[in-house]
Design a protein around this ligand. Sequence first.
Ligand SMILES: [Zn+2]
Length: 319
Amino acid sequence: MTPLLITIDTEPDLPRRRQASAGTLNNIPALLELQRRIPDIKLTLLVTHSVISDPTSLKVLEQLKRDYQCEIGAHLHPEETPPFIRGVPDETSLMRLPLEARAEKLRVLTRAISAHFPRPISYRAGRWKLSPEDLALLAEHGYRADSSVTPYVSWRIEHGPDFAAAPRDPHLVTGALWEVPVSIGLNRAEWLGRSRLLRNYLQLCSLELLGLPGPIKSAWSLVRPIRPVWLRPTYSSAEAMLRLAEQLLARSPGGVLNMMFHSNELAAGGRPFIRTRADADRIMTRVVDTCRYLLDSRRVTSTTLGDYVVQRSALNVER
Ligand SMILES: [Zn+2]
């Protein structure tokens, strides 16, 4: 049975592009609505510091944990996780902070989650800003799974990491820490594999443009004959996600399907491109339809990111 992971960055509303969040958390209850539509799916909620510190959101998380056995992991956004270097919110990129500052924020976030739930073992960096040194830091803090890697996608244009040639399958990275990349394929030309040509191209052309006017998005698609296809409902239709899932199942039968999205993509006003109730419902329905088909019609089983790596580690030991 192939494990299906639904890893959700659980964070504040972000209604405007390139502006700091107002810090509202109106989107969090939408997770309950999603869970009620797919009660047999075990969600992995990677939560930020402001979410875990908000009593109303905490109640929602506790209900999800109690009634549906979700996993609560960590999602580190430096701008909202103390301590702040100059006493004001830090900038949004983890990679522009010194390692000691990142370590301190990780410690605070881990402690905040541990006050209410089992100590978190799953992690995703805010805005994908994972530095290689962070892996040892995560292992040190008891984390067992990182899911900050996006194969075929380079964030270099945004001064982030370059994952264009990163391995696609889960693997042990350091100590007991596994990397479990988000499931991403290419719309074509996967045979180019790790070639320098493809890598150079993806460094420039792998990012999606959301929240921009339709004609600009269409032009961007036209100039990109090869593009990443994400198991992510904000980028891909249910049909596209199922096509990708079939490709991945055929390619590595012992692999894993790791769908990701943000909690604020499930509620109207949560993101610049999720303005109305209909926008939010479209995203939620894509998740529900994809999960339903995979669970009911394919040899796929729902599990959390943490449970998956714990089981994988046990198998490795047995061998
Ligand atoms: Zn985030």
